[in-house]
Design a protein around this ligand. Structure first.
Ligand code: DC
Length: 218
């Protein structure tokens, strides 16, 4: 069966997963959150006290079984049959995941999982390197960007905690952009054939309509 792949990459806090999920629902495709794979692997390795500066052997990775589902608007991720959907968003994973996500053996693991999913299902996948590395032949590629200040304000609203200053969040976002786009392996960059959308002044629905329009018009 010929499957269709839609890649949604872009900067942190630009609403990639919101758009990817909406699109998957609209087109009745499956949805994969590539960042969630990195988070689930990080959770497993932290829980088993396997530090990121060690070589993560195939023997270790073979013990990790990850399943993602997206049903009736609900994304879930299972790590060796445990539902870890909320746990992977916790502080401990969040502060460690970028170190584990740099490792070639872990990137290969996620790459293989995503490629395997695409053999039987049409997919919308969000991440950083989906259109450049994982699915360079994707049928549609989008790249979302926005001003750091605007992303910081949006994130501030989500956090809903006045003790956290917007300026600090903005600095963190700028730092993360820099780390993501300058790392050696699979850096964040727009694929030459990706359609770039600056979401700074657009609502969720406006971005979604642009994406849908582009897909329908090609
Ligand atoms: O999107 P997120 O915050 O859930 O991503 C978690 C981490 O994984 C983050 O450090 C970026 C990294 N990541 C990556 O390197 N490549 C991807 N395709 C997706 C996420």
């Amino acid at each position: 069966m010929d499957t269709v792949i839609i890649a949604i990459d872009g900067q942190a806090s630009t609403g990639k997963s919101t758009q990817a999920k909406k699109l998957a629902e609209n087109l009745r495709y499956d949805y994969r959150d590539s960042g969630a794979y990195y988070r689930a692997i990080t959770l497993y390795l932290l829980d088993n006290d396997i530090k990121f500066d060690l070589n993560i052997s195939d023997k270790i990775l073979d013990k990790i079984n990850i399943k993602q589902t997206y049903q009736e608007g609900q994304f879930s991720i299972y790590l060796n049959d445990d539902d870890v959907t909320d746990k992977i968003r916790g502080h401990k994973v969040s502060i460690n995941v970028s170190n584990y996500a740099k490792k070639p053996e872990i990137r290969k693991f996620v790459f293989n999982q995503l490629r395997k999913s695409s053999e039987s299902n049409s997919l919308v996948v969000d991440g950083r390197d989906i259109g450049t590395v994982v699915f360079p032949y994707a049928d549609f590629k989008f790249f979302l960007v926005a001003e750091p200040k605007i992303r910081a304000e949006r994130r501030h609203k989500q956090i809903n905690d006045d003790s956290v200053k917007v300026d600090i969040i903005e600095e963190e976002i700028k730092q993360r952009d820099k780390t993501d786009s300058t790392r050696e392996i699979a850096p964040l960059k727009k694929a030459v054939d990706a359609f770039k959308i600056d979401v700074s002044t657009l609502t969720i629905d406006e971005v979604f309509n642009k994406i849908l329009q582009k897909i329908k018009s090609d």
